[in-house]
Design a protein around this ligand. Structure first.
Ligand code: CP
Ligand code: NVA
Length: 307
């Protein structure tokens, strides 16, 4: 595996497998309340330019459970927020820390940080990508369905960081991805074109959400206005209305289809309360798995630095 985790497109099949296997092992250990502290004495910095519940708590708790320490670094309170360069910050933080997680707006900033840092850099969400979430979602699919291989995964809604990350995962792993986004809200064109060429089981983009959801094994959605797009909320709500995951749309999927959402959700917008809180929804387990998968990533990236 590379030094950094910036994009799942960078991962080899073996990397996916080792993350999932490690997450399974760590989750089983935690369920047995077995202490395991391979990151004793290690410190993770966490730079947040955007809000977070799951990512912050799971990284911070995960680091603690592995025997290390996590530092919450809001950009408002660091010199980064006052214009100190990314390069200087990355080089200096590399002298204090053993790893860094960044949640920010621009993917380029995270890439620049990683280029200057000598320690592992983990992308905790940008406007373009959310790789830790996708790894956790795939791990959840393996738990619930046994495998992702040969499944039809539908993603309905905005062509945002989650849609782009699903495309990157489908470019690397053998499942079929059926996307449905309204016109004007497609995923990133470069990621999509690269993805359809590389995809093992195909990637299809439909305008009609019914076609994407038909016979799907997994039905996914995400918010219509992501962090940073709050001012577009009202206009988007009108355009996206036909893309809501509700019982009628879900009835087109396989009977045993699971419903996923990275959360936070807006009940009554991208998904109805009946579906989000219904029997096919796995969203709480999906959120729990962020912890186990984050720990798996931290252990692999940070303890490997020793060797
Ligand atoms: N899914 C996710 O990343 O949640 P947070 O924004 O709460 O971290
Ligand atoms: N697309 C959402 C995901 C939140 C976890 C956002 O970027 O706000």
């Amino acid at each position: 595996m590379r030094k950094d985790l910036l994009d799942v497109y960078d991962l080899e099949l073996e990397d996916f497998k080792s993350i999932f296997e490690n997450a399974r092992r760590l989750k089983a250990m935690q369920e047995k309340k077995k202490a395991y502290t391979p990151l004793k004495g290690k410190t993770l910095g966490m730079i947040f330019d955007k809000s977070s519940t799951r990512t912050r708590v799971s990284f911070e708790v995960g680091m603690y459970q592995l025997g290390g320490l996590a530092l919450f670094l809001s950009s408002r309170d660091t010199q980064l927020g006052r214009g100190e360069s990314v390069g200087d910050t990355a080089r200096i933080m590399s002298r204090y820390l053993d790893g860094i997680m960044i949640r920010t707006f621009s993917q380029e900033m995270v890439e620049e940080f990683a280029a200057f840092a000598s320690i592992p850099v983990i992308n905790g969400l940008t406007d373009l990508l959310h790789p830790c979430q996708i790894l956790s979602d795939l791990f959840t699919i393996i738990e619930k369905k046994g495998t992702y291989e040969g499944l039809k995964v539908a993603y309905v809604g905005d062509g945002n960081n989650m849609a782009n990350s699903w495309i990157n995962a489908a470019a690397r792993l053998p499942f079929h991805l059926a996307l449905s986004c309204p016109e004007g809200y497609d995923p990133d064109a470069g990621i999509f074109d690269r993805g359809i060429k590389a995809a093992k089981e195909g990637i299809t983009l439909y305008r009609d959400p019914a076609e994407a959801v038909k016979d799907a094994d997994v039905v996914n959605t995400d918010v219509w206005a992501s962090m940073g797009q709050e001012s577009e909320q009202e206009a988007r709500a009108k355009v996206f209305r036909p893309y809501q995951i509700n019982e009628a749309l879900l009835s087109l999927a396989k009977k045993d289809a699971i419903v996923m959402h990275c959360l936070p959700a807006h009940r009554g917008e991208e998904i109805t309360a009946e579906v989000l809180d219904g029997p096919q929804s796995v969203v709480i387990d999906q959120a729990e798995n962020r912890l186990h998968v984050q720990k798996a990533i931290l252990e692999i990236l940070i303890s490997r630095e020793e060797k």
